[in-house]
Design a protein around this ligand. Sequence first.
Ligand code: GDP
Length: 193
Amino acid sequence: MKVNQAEIVMSAVSKAQYPEDHLSEIALSGRSNVGKSSFINKMIQRKSLARTSSKPGKTQTLNFYLINESFYFVDVPGYGYAKVSKREREAWGRMMEEYFTTREPLKAAVLLIDMRHPPTEDDLIMYDFLKYYDLPVIVVATKLDKISKSKRQKHLKVIEDDLELEPEDVVMPFSAETGEGKDQVWGKIKGFL
Ligand code: GDP
Protein backbone atom coordinates (compact mmCIF):
# COMPACT_ATOMS: atom_id res chain seq x y z
CA MET A 1 0.00 0.00 0.00
CA LYS A 2 1.33 3.40 -0.89
CA VAL A 3 0.50 5.81 1.93
CA ASN A 4 0.24 9.32 0.56
CA GLN A 5 -1.41 10.88 3.51
CA ALA A 6 -1.64 10.07 7.22
CA GLU A 7 -2.74 12.33 10.02
CA ILE A 8 -4.03 11.96 13.53
CA VAL A 9 -7.53 13.40 13.47
CA MET A 10 -8.81 12.57 16.96
CA SER A 11 -7.68 11.42 20.38
CA ALA A 12 -10.90 10.14 21.88
CA VAL A 13 -11.74 9.14 25.43
CA SER A 14 -15.39 8.35 24.73
CA LYS A 15 -17.88 7.49 22.04
CA ALA A 16 -19.08 11.05 21.48
CA GLN A 17 -15.65 11.88 20.04
CA TYR A 18 -15.33 9.03 17.55
CA PRO A 19 -15.29 10.11 13.87
CA GLU A 20 -18.68 10.05 12.17
CA ASP A 21 -17.65 9.60 8.55
CA HIS A 22 -18.25 5.81 8.50
CA LEU A 23 -14.81 4.99 7.07
CA SER A 24 -13.51 1.51 7.91
CA GLU A 25 -11.37 1.12 11.00
CA ILE A 26 -8.56 -1.28 11.90
CA ALA A 27 -7.80 -1.39 15.64
CA LEU A 28 -4.18 -1.76 16.81
CA SER A 29 -3.63 -3.33 20.17
CA GLY A 30 -0.74 -4.70 22.20
CA ARG A 31 1.07 -4.53 25.50
CA SER A 32 3.17 -1.46 26.26
CA ASN A 33 6.60 -1.55 24.62
CA VAL A 34 5.63 -4.24 22.13
CA GLY A 35 6.55 -1.89 19.26
CA LYS A 36 3.11 -0.48 18.38
CA SER A 37 4.26 3.10 17.70
CA SER A 38 7.18 1.77 15.65
CA PHE A 39 4.75 -0.45 13.72
CA ILE A 40 2.43 2.45 12.91
CA ASN A 41 5.26 4.73 11.85
CA LYS A 42 6.80 2.07 9.62
CA MET A 43 3.47 1.16 8.03
CA ILE A 44 2.66 4.78 7.19
CA GLN A 45 6.26 5.72 6.36
CA ARG A 46 6.59 8.41 9.00
CA LYS A 47 9.41 8.79 11.43
CA SER A 48 7.37 9.81 14.43
CA LEU A 49 3.69 10.47 13.79
CA ALA A 50 2.74 7.86 16.38
CA ARG A 51 4.29 8.89 19.65
CA THR A 52 4.81 6.45 22.43
CA SER A 53 1.50 7.42 23.85
CA SER A 54 0.98 4.66 26.34
CA LYS A 55 3.40 5.62 29.08
CA PRO A 56 1.91 5.75 32.60
CA GLY A 57 0.69 9.13 33.68
CA LYS A 58 -0.31 10.14 30.15
CA THR A 59 -3.96 10.37 29.23
CA GLN A 60 -5.11 7.11 27.76
CA THR A 61 -6.87 7.81 24.50
CA LEU A 62 -7.98 6.06 21.34
CA ASN A 63 -5.96 7.73 18.59
CA PHE A 64 -7.58 7.80 15.15
CA TYR A 65 -5.13 8.03 12.24
CA LEU A 66 -6.79 8.85 8.94
CA ILE A 67 -4.89 7.16 6.11
CA ASN A 68 -5.14 8.18 2.45
CA GLU A 69 -8.44 9.78 3.40
CA SER A 70 -10.02 6.36 3.12
CA PHE A 71 -9.72 4.45 6.40
CA TYR A 72 -8.50 4.68 10.00
CA PHE A 73 -5.89 3.01 12.13
CA VAL A 74 -7.24 3.18 15.68
CA ASP A 75 -4.38 3.05 18.16
CA VAL A 76 -5.67 1.49 21.36
CA PRO A 77 -3.66 2.30 24.52
CA GLY A 78 -1.16 -0.39 25.47
CA TYR A 79 -1.78 -2.79 28.35
CA GLY A 80 0.41 -4.69 30.77
CA TYR A 81 2.15 -1.98 32.76
CA ALA A 82 2.75 -3.28 36.28
CA LYS A 83 2.47 0.14 37.88
CA VAL A 84 -0.92 1.22 36.60
CA SER A 85 -3.41 2.11 39.35
CA LYS A 86 -6.71 0.31 39.78
CA ARG A 87 -8.56 3.44 38.72
CA GLU A 88 -6.52 3.75 35.51
CA ARG A 89 -7.01 0.08 34.73
CA GLU A 90 -10.76 0.40 35.17
CA ALA A 91 -10.90 3.50 32.95
CA TRP A 92 -8.93 1.60 30.29
CA GLY A 93 -11.33 -1.33 30.52
CA ARG A 94 -14.39 0.89 30.16
CA MET A 95 -12.90 2.64 27.13
CA MET A 96 -12.09 -0.70 25.48
CA GLU A 97 -15.58 -2.10 26.12
CA GLU A 98 -17.23 1.01 24.80
CA TYR A 99 -15.20 0.98 21.60
CA PHE A 100 -15.21 -2.74 20.83
CA THR A 101 -18.85 -3.42 21.72
CA THR A 102 -20.42 -0.64 19.71
CA ARG A 103 -18.14 0.25 16.83
CA GLU A 104 -19.79 -0.57 13.53
CA PRO A 105 -16.95 0.63 11.17
CA LEU A 106 -14.44 -1.63 12.96
CA LYS A 107 -13.44 -4.35 10.49
CA ALA A 108 -10.51 -6.16 12.09
CA ALA A 109 -7.91 -5.90 14.82
CA VAL A 110 -4.15 -6.10 14.68
CA LEU A 111 -2.79 -7.67 17.88
CA LEU A 112 0.94 -7.05 18.29
CA ILE A 113 2.94 -9.63 20.22
CA ASP A 114 6.69 -9.50 20.91
CA MET A 115 8.15 -12.35 18.92
CA ARG A 116 11.05 -12.86 21.33
CA HIS A 117 8.83 -14.26 24.09
CA PRO A 118 5.74 -16.45 24.40
CA PRO A 119 2.51 -14.40 24.66
CA THR A 120 1.90 -12.96 28.14
CA GLU A 121 -1.25 -13.66 30.15
CA ASP A 122 -2.48 -10.19 29.10
CA ASP A 123 -1.87 -11.04 25.42
CA LEU A 124 -3.99 -14.19 25.79
CA ILE A 125 -6.78 -12.22 27.48
CA MET A 126 -6.65 -9.58 24.74
CA TYR A 127 -6.89 -12.17 21.96
CA ASP A 128 -9.88 -13.81 23.65
CA PHE A 129 -11.49 -10.39 24.17
CA LEU A 130 -11.18 -9.58 20.43
CA LYS A 131 -12.58 -13.00 19.48
CA TYR A 132 -15.47 -12.51 21.91
CA TYR A 133 -16.46 -9.53 19.74
CA ASP A 134 -16.13 -11.73 16.64
CA LEU A 135 -13.34 -9.68 15.14
CA PRO A 136 -10.89 -11.10 12.64
CA VAL A 137 -7.43 -10.75 14.21
CA ILE A 138 -4.13 -10.23 12.43
CA VAL A 139 -1.47 -11.18 14.96
CA VAL A 140 1.70 -9.24 14.17
CA ALA A 141 4.82 -10.76 15.74
CA THR A 142 7.11 -7.76 16.32
CA LYS A 143 10.90 -7.38 16.49
CA LEU A 144 11.52 -10.10 13.92
CA ASP A 145 15.06 -8.78 13.33
CA LYS A 146 15.98 -9.85 16.88
CA ILE A 147 15.37 -13.55 16.18
CA SER A 148 17.84 -15.61 14.21
CA LYS A 149 16.50 -17.02 10.96
CA SER A 150 16.74 -20.61 12.19
CA LYS A 151 14.48 -19.90 15.20
CA ARG A 152 11.76 -17.82 13.55
CA GLN A 153 9.35 -20.62 12.65
CA LYS A 154 9.56 -22.02 16.17
CA HIS A 155 8.75 -18.66 17.77
CA LEU A 156 5.79 -18.12 15.44
CA LYS A 157 4.46 -21.58 16.25
CA VAL A 158 4.62 -20.88 20.02
CA ILE A 159 2.51 -17.75 19.52
CA GLU A 160 0.00 -19.64 17.36
CA ASP A 161 -0.29 -22.53 19.82
CA ASP A 162 -0.43 -20.45 23.02
CA LEU A 163 -3.17 -18.20 21.62
CA GLU A 164 -5.07 -21.23 20.30
CA LEU A 165 -5.37 -19.25 17.10
CA GLU A 166 -8.69 -19.57 15.28
CA PRO A 167 -8.44 -20.86 11.68
CA GLU A 168 -9.53 -17.51 10.20
CA ASP A 169 -6.68 -15.64 11.92
CA VAL A 170 -2.98 -15.39 11.04
CA VAL A 171 0.37 -14.67 12.69
CA MET A 172 2.63 -12.47 10.57
CA PRO A 173 6.24 -11.63 11.44
CA PHE A 174 7.26 -7.98 11.24
CA SER A 175 10.26 -5.76 11.83
CA ALA A 176 9.99 -2.01 12.20
CA GLU A 177 13.76 -1.96 11.97
CA THR A 178 14.12 -3.60 8.52
CA GLY A 179 10.57 -3.29 7.14
CA GLU A 180 10.33 -7.06 6.72
CA GLY A 181 6.70 -8.19 6.72
CA LYS A 182 5.32 -4.75 5.94
CA ASP A 183 3.94 -5.59 2.49
CA GLN A 184 2.42 -8.84 3.72
CA VAL A 185 0.68 -7.11 6.64
CA TRP A 186 -0.64 -4.38 4.33
CA GLY A 187 -1.90 -7.08 1.98
CA LYS A 188 -3.83 -8.71 4.82
CA ILE A 189 -5.22 -5.40 6.11
CA LYS A 190 -6.39 -4.41 2.62
CA GLY A 191 -8.50 -7.55 2.52
CA PHE A 192 -10.63 -6.11 5.38
CA LEU A 193 -11.12 -2.60 4.02
P1 GDP B 1 5.04 0.85 22.05
O1 GDP B 1 5.13 1.17 23.50
O2 GDP B 1 4.31 -0.43 21.81
O3 GDP B 1 4.52 1.97 21.19
O4 GDP B 1 6.54 0.51 21.57
P2 GDP B 1 7.62 1.36 20.75
O5 GDP B 1 7.26 1.44 19.31
O6 GDP B 1 7.88 2.64 21.47
O7 GDP B 1 8.87 0.36 20.85
C1 GDP B 1 9.41 -0.05 22.10
C2 GDP B 1 10.90 -0.32 21.92
O8 GDP B 1 11.11 -1.42 21.03
C3 GDP B 1 11.67 0.86 21.30
O9 GDP B 1 12.93 0.92 21.90
C4 GDP B 1 11.77 0.48 19.84
O10 GDP B 1 12.89 1.05 19.20
C5 GDP B 1 11.89 -1.03 19.92
N1 GDP B 1 11.37 -1.69 18.71
C6 GDP B 1 10.11 -1.59 18.21
N2 GDP B 1 9.96 -2.33 17.11
C7 GDP B 1 11.17 -2.92 16.87
C8 GDP B 1 11.65 -3.82 15.87
O11 GDP B 1 10.95 -4.24 14.94
N3 GDP B 1 12.95 -4.22 15.98
C9 GDP B 1 13.77 -3.81 16.99
N4 GDP B 1 15.01 -4.27 17.02
N5 GDP B 1 13.34 -2.96 17.96
C10 GDP B 1 12.06 -2.52 17.90
